[in-house]
Structure formats: structure tokens, C-alpha cells
Design a protein around this ligand. Sequence first.
Ligand code: OFO
Length: 165
Amino acid sequence: MISSKIEAALNRQIDLEGFSSNYYLAMASWAEVKGYKGVAQFLYHHSDEERMHMLKLVSYINDRGGHAIVPAFAAPQKDFQNIREIFDIVLSHEVKVSNEINALVELCIQEKDYTTHNFLQWYVTEQIEEESLARTVIDKLNLIGEDKGGMYLFDRDLGNMPGEG
Ligand code: OFO
């Protein structure tokens, strides 16, 4: 059984993961409309992953005797300046998510909830991968700069990039 404090904190994380999913979905839609098919595919996949992160929390809370609450998600922005802005946002958003996961881990230690602490380790590892993936993409964009041909290849490569689980 989880304490009401941990349950509330995990429910806030459901909100953040669900918002992340919608945020990346909004980015994917923008990229698709602008003709960046590969980027769109990458972001649609990333959006699905965030939904999976949310669903894992839903099952965990309910399995441990709590009640997972599905909130109304804040509407993400719909327009972006360019692809670079999108990936800068992805990275800063993932850093924010990592900070929230770390705060949850800290709360579990304070509350002596070692089961939830253990459950959260999956998210700790996932965040390392997600931040590193966003940095890799930004490095590629830095190399390309304003080169249109480079951007064409970037879009193609991103569409072929395997998701990280
Ligand atoms: Fe990328 O945020 Fe989920 O965990």
C-alpha cells in the first residue's frame, strides 16, 4: 500500500508524463505540416513513449492500492520557429522531468518507501537515455548549421533512428 503523500506525488508525475506525450505530439504535428517527415516520425514515436511512461505509473499506483487520476492536460504550444527550437525545448523539458524524478526518489527515501524507490529506478535510467538522445540530436543540428542539404539528410536520418525503449 502506498501512502497518500507518495500517491499524490506519483499522480503529479502522471500529469507531467501525459503532458510530455502531448507536447511531443504537438511538435510532431508541426514538423509533419512543415514537411519534415523524419523528424515527425521521431517525435510521434517519442510521444508514444511518454504515454507508456504515464501508463506504467497508472498501473503501479493502482497495483499498490492507490487510485491513478487522469488529469486535464495543459495545452502545449502549437507553433515553433524551427527544428532547432524544438530540440532545445525537448532537452530542457527532459532535464525538468529528470529533476522531478530525482525529487520523487528523494521523497521515497524520506518516506521509507523502498518499493516505490525501486520502481522509480527504471525512470532514472530512462532519463539518462532521453537527455543523452536529445543532446546527440542537438550536436547534429550544430554541425549542420544553415546547410539545407544537411537538413535534408538530418530529417531522413531521424526518421530511421531507432527509439530508445
Ligand atoms: Fe521523457 O519523460 Fe518520461 O520519463
